[in-house]
Write a protein that binds this ligand. Structure first.
Ligand code: ARG
Length: 585
């Protein structure tokens, strides 16, 4: 509905005031429901341009709007200092509700769009465990993939793992010195990390070791058999490890183009930079990009000819543009790399690979512990993500036990979401709640802020958490099970529902679609998370204060329709965030 209102307003004011270009204005759902289902600041904006009183403009626009509003079941009103408020009537809302019930999880889906959007996320580095900072990119990235696909974009979900660079020279050198194949086979990631850490400590003040590492990498680059073999093995073990984490997270990244893939394309990037006179050779023959606007220079090639992360990133950019012609490339990476992406995007534009506007660094804040330090072990080491995920499930298990001690421990079917009869699996519910809790905790906060890791908040049934939203869903499903209705797209007479609780609930449902659009436009899944929290609040208020199953027959029918619609939207919304719902809790 919001987009229809927006379009209608645009048409009306451009005619009425003879405007070629209508300035940008907003149509939003006001915080306070008394101000309507939507409100626009259009008159306030036009007033400045046309140098007239905002209330006069609001009145004029409102008058022009009359025929349109009548036709669409909308009442309007103007409010100082110049807002126009829109109230959807019951017929309009009833139609929306019906559409939800009919389309179910397809409600809100956008029509297929021509644009391709590349979303690059997760991108862990091999020979290391995935850490909590990779948690954020992975789940925010996946949510953005889901959201954009839902809206109809052609989405290419991909990762760009770090599997190339001089650090692998160190690792190979370390392996040749101290490596124990058996030990590594048993515990690959941990052993690789140990080798690497041991070597880099020693190499810190030791030029011979540094040279050794450089040599080993050079050999790797030139296709040296043994080095290739070691690297390929380490890489394979790492990818196996990533997949374990992805599986726990329910994440799938179909396109993996690691840094090493771009090795054959690096020469051309360097040539492009030299030919276009974007980069300059230093006296030591290293190659540096200089920016006219004072951005710090970017190293493309070291004096020994070695390339860098940046070189591979530019090659990747060129490859993506030439192969897929994306309208946009989103790269979901922590805000520590802000300057770096500024340099990369500017360089890619100077090289003519793509326009800077098409490249977006979707950045996010750090994960901190309760003392405000970077989330890590007591010794300051990285906490493997897999451990955090297991802990989440363990803790969620306690909640499930508490809520529902009588659920069977285990059941045969694998998922609890498929049908009520398979819902008995406590472990599965604990997974859904634990992993969901972790994801929601992250995505319910503005992605730019640092987040303070807090198990209690994450799994607080009464707080702003996934379990809170999931529990609201489970309650609705329990009502529907008790009512024994299958599907209920019967007549919906909203005139029967007069309680403010039910009004608040169905009015909120209507805002689902535009919430998804906003989440996509701002690359901000928290928009959707916030919406779902409010929805859960409204559901609980309704559930706890309005009789449903014991209501009079016609009212009961309509209330059940509302229950069903709310359940559809909660499930759909959580799924877009990559979070599952339990049929009971
Ligand atoms: N592997 C990098 C890291 O873990 C992230 C890669 C981000 N993507 C990119 N196109 N540079 O820090």
């Amino acid at each position: 509905m919001r987009s229809q209102i927006k379009t209608a307003l645009g048409v009306i004011v451009s005619k009425k005031f003879g405007l070629k270009n209508v300035p940008s204005f907003s149509v939003e759902a006001p915080e306070n429901a008394e101000h309507g289902d939507y409100a626009t600041n259009l008159a306030l904006i036009l007033a400045k341009i046309l140098k007239k009183k905002p209330m006069d403009i609001a009145r004029a626009v409102d008058m022009e709007l009359e025929a349109w509003s009548l036709k669409h079941g909308i009442k309007t009103e103007i409010a100082p200092p110049g807002f126009i408020n829109f109230f959807l009537d019951n017929k309009n809302l009833g139609a929306a509700l019906k559409e939800i019930l009919k389309k179910k999880e397809r409600f809100g889906r956008g029509a297929k769009k021509k644009e391709t959007i590349i979303i690059e996320y997760s991108s862990p580095n091999i020979a290391k465990p995935m850490g909590v900072h990779h948690l954020r990119t992975t789940i925010i990235g996946q949510a953005l993939v889901n959201i954009h696909s839902f809206l109809g974009y052609k989405v290419l979900a991909m990762s760009f793992p770090g599997d190339w660079g001089t650090q692998f020279g160190s690792l190979i050198a370390a392996y040749k010195k101290w490596g124990d194949a058996k030990k590594i086979k048993k515990n690959p990631i941990k052993e690789m990390l140990n080798l690497y850490v041991r070597f880099s400590h020693l190499a810190e003040g030791d030029e011979t070791l540094q040279e050794e590492a450089q040599k080993e990498f050079k050999k790797l680059e030139q296709g040296h058999k043994e080095n290739r073999k070691i690297w390929t093995w380490f890489r394979k073990e790492s990818f196996k490890d990533f997949d374990k984490v992805y599986k726990k997270l329910g994440v799938k990244i179909p396109l993996v183009f690691a840094e090493s893939f771009f090795e054959p394309y690096l020469k051309k990037v360097i040539a492009d930079a030299v030919n276009k006179k974007i980069a300059e050779r230093g006296q030591d023959s290293s190659l540096v990009v200089k920016f006219p606007d004072g951005t710090p220079p970017l190293l493309l090639q070291k004096s020994d000819g070695a390339t860098l992360y940046a070189t591979r990133d530019l090659a990747q950019m060129k490859y993506r543009v030439q192969k897929w012609h994306p309208a946009k490339i989103l790269i979901v990476v922590a805000n520590q790399q802000t300057l770096y992406f500024d340099q990369i995007f500017k360089t890619a534009a100077m090289l003519g690979y793509t326009k800077k506007e098409n490249l977006v660094h979707v950045k996010f804040g750090m994960v901190l512990d309760s003392t405000g330090k970077k989330f890590a072990t007591r010794e300051g080491k990285l906490i493997p993500l897999a451990d955090v995920l297991d802990e989440a499930v363990r803790r969620a298990r306690k909640i499930v036990d508490q809520l529902n001690p009588n659920l069977p421990q285990k059941a045969k079917p694998r998922t609890a979401t498929r049908s009520a009869s398979s819902a008995g699996e406590k472990n599965k519910i604990a997974e859904v709640v634990g992993i969901g809790g972790l994801k929601f905790f992250d995505m319910s906060q503005n992605r730019l802020s640092d987040i303070v890791f807090d198990w209690n908040k994450m799994l607080n049934l009464k707080g702003a958490s996934a379990p809170y939203v999931q529990y609201a869903y489970a309650r609705l499903k329990s009502v529907l099970r008790k009512a024994k209705i299958k599907s209920s797209v019967g007549p919906i007479d909203l005139d029967l529902l007069k309680e403010k609780q039910e009004q608040a609930l169905w009015r909120h449902l209507v805002h689902f679609t535009e919430t998804i659009e906003d989440a996509a436009a701002r690359y901000e899944p928290s928009r959707l998370a916030e919406y779902l929290l409010k929805l859960a609040e409204k559901i609980n208020y309704f559930y706890e204060t309005v009789p449903i199953l014991s209501a009079e027959k016609e009212i009961k029918k309509t209330r059940l329709a509302l229950v069903e619609a709310a359940a559809i939207i909660i499930k759909s919304g959580l799924n877009l965030l990559g979070i599952e719902v339990p049929e009971r809790m």
